[in-house]
Design a binder for this molecule. Structure first.
Ligand code: PSV
Ligand code: MN
Length: 406
């Protein structure tokens, strides 16, 4: 990109009343955590197509994640999933990540792959199984303490398939008891991010089905518990931005799992299917970051942005880079909304002007801004192209096929 293109862009944004230096700083500050499982083999319930060059263990996953960070400058941490990323010595994994210039991020317990959890984990009618599930949650808190992670990200698969199969009210109590035990093990500077999903693997009822239940649970547990919004976990047509705005106002929005979905929890590249939704989510967050209540502003500024994606067909590392770039792009567009104009139009109750003031920013080509920011951050202007030219994809082929999978 040449200086003339950026100068024109700068001029245009000045005319629109946008504070570009501020937008640049915000773009530099945006951090996106990548998931260890996004680098491994994955598939559908029909087939996992193995790819060559997939990391064979958590250490190699860190190596791939560090390449993403090196090329984008905005992915300094990696979420881990236990037991997928179980190692004998977590201090070694932590040290390895640090040597590579990254850190271990959220620790995700896994309560969905053990035979014992067939009828539920923390809501299982068998007290021994609930104890086992709680033990795993406590193990994850302990792992977080060893890796220096400040976040536990929890999703429950618990639910039932048929009316009458489960005592829904009783299970609610069991769930709370187990999570309260986990919560009490957290250090003061840790937080528990509670994820919800209304279906799958159970289809009649899911114990933690929606944002309202997650919010209620977080409120009961205490201030260190917050809600995590996974964009793939809603019914078709749900207005996710509204949920985001509500949770921001209640100061309980802790994080995101970004991905795209066409039908269900598809875990496709974020921004690939519904970029406008991603933009509107950022619109709500940036709007809340201007709220008159400092607690709402603080909530908006302490959101953990994470990807929760699986790349089944496409090459994994470039798919993660593409996702990160998409998040940056729609965040950048939301930064170019003139929030004063929107407010004024809202006060006039001018519906068309309100809608136009938001959409106008979505229609701006933000590449000059992103190129300038990347240049200032000393990372390639085109991270995907830089990856393709780096030789890393060829280098990892020596790992062969049959790497780590979920
Ligand atoms: C469940 O669908 C989920 O979104 C949770 O975040 C899990 O931890 C993740 O996917 C990986 O299975
Ligand atoms: Mn998720």
């Amino acid at each position: 990109m040449n200086d003339r293109v950026y100068a024109i862009f700068e001029e245009q944004q000045k005319d629109r009343g946008i504070n570009l230096p501020d937008a640049k700083e915000k773009l530099k500050a945006l951090k996106i955590e990548t998931p260890s499982w996004g680098y491994g083999d994955s598939g559908t319930r029909f087939k996992v197509f193995q790819q060559e060059g997939v990391p064979r263990d958590p250490f190699e996953k860190m190596e791939d994640a560090s390449v993403v960070h090196k090329l984008t400058g905005v992915c300094p941490s990696v979420a881990i999933h236990i037991p997928w990323d179980r190692v004998d010595d977590y201090s070694k994994l932590k040290a390895h990540a640090e040597e590579l210039g990254i850190a271990i991020g959220a620790v995700n317990p896994n309560l969905f792959q053990d035979d014992d959890y067939k009828f539920g984990s923390v809501t299982n009618a068998d007290a021994d199984i609930r104890k086992q599930a709680t033990g795993h949650l406590l193990e994850c808190v302990d792992i977080a303490k060893q890796t220096g992670s400040k976040e536990l990200s929890l999703w429950l698969p618990d639910g039932s398939n048929y009316p009458g199969q489960a005592d829904i009210r009783q299970r609610k109590h069991w769930m709370y008891e187990c999570l309260a035990e986990m919560y009490s093990a957290l250090d003061d500077d840790m937080r528990l991010l509670i994820e919800y999903k209304f279906f799958e693997p159970a289809f009649y009822h899911t114990d933690l089905a929606d944002w309202g239940m997650a919010y209620h649970l977080a409120q009961k547990l205490g201030p260190q518990a917050e809600v995590l919004v996974d964009t793939g976990h809603h019914a078709q047509g749900v207005n996710i931005e509204h949920i985001v705005a509500y949770l921001l106002d209640e100061q309980r929005l802790g994080g995101f799992h970004f991905n795209s979905r066409k039908y269900a929890d598809d875990d496709l590249i974020v921004g690939a299917h519904n970029p406008y939704e991603l933009f509107l989510i950022f619109y709500q967050i940036l709007d809340a970051s201007r709220d008159s209540d400092p607690n709402v502003r603080r909530t908006a500024e302490h959101i953990s942005y994470m990807l929760d994606q699986c790349h089944n067909l496409e090459a994994k590392i470039p798919a993660v880079i593409r996702s990160v770039m998409n998040v940056q792009t729609y965040y950048a567009k939301a930064l170019l909304i003139n929030y004063e104009d929107v407010k004024k139009a809202q006060e006039r109750q001018d519906v068309l002007a309100c809608e136009a003031a938001v959409r106008e920013a979505f229609e701006i080509d933000v590449r000059p801004l992103l190129y300038a920011v990347r240049e200032e951050m000393n990372v390639p202007a085109e991270p995907l192209k830089a990856y393709q030219e780096s030789g890393y994809a060829e280098k990892i082929l020596s790992r062969g096929k049959g790497g780590a999978s979920w």
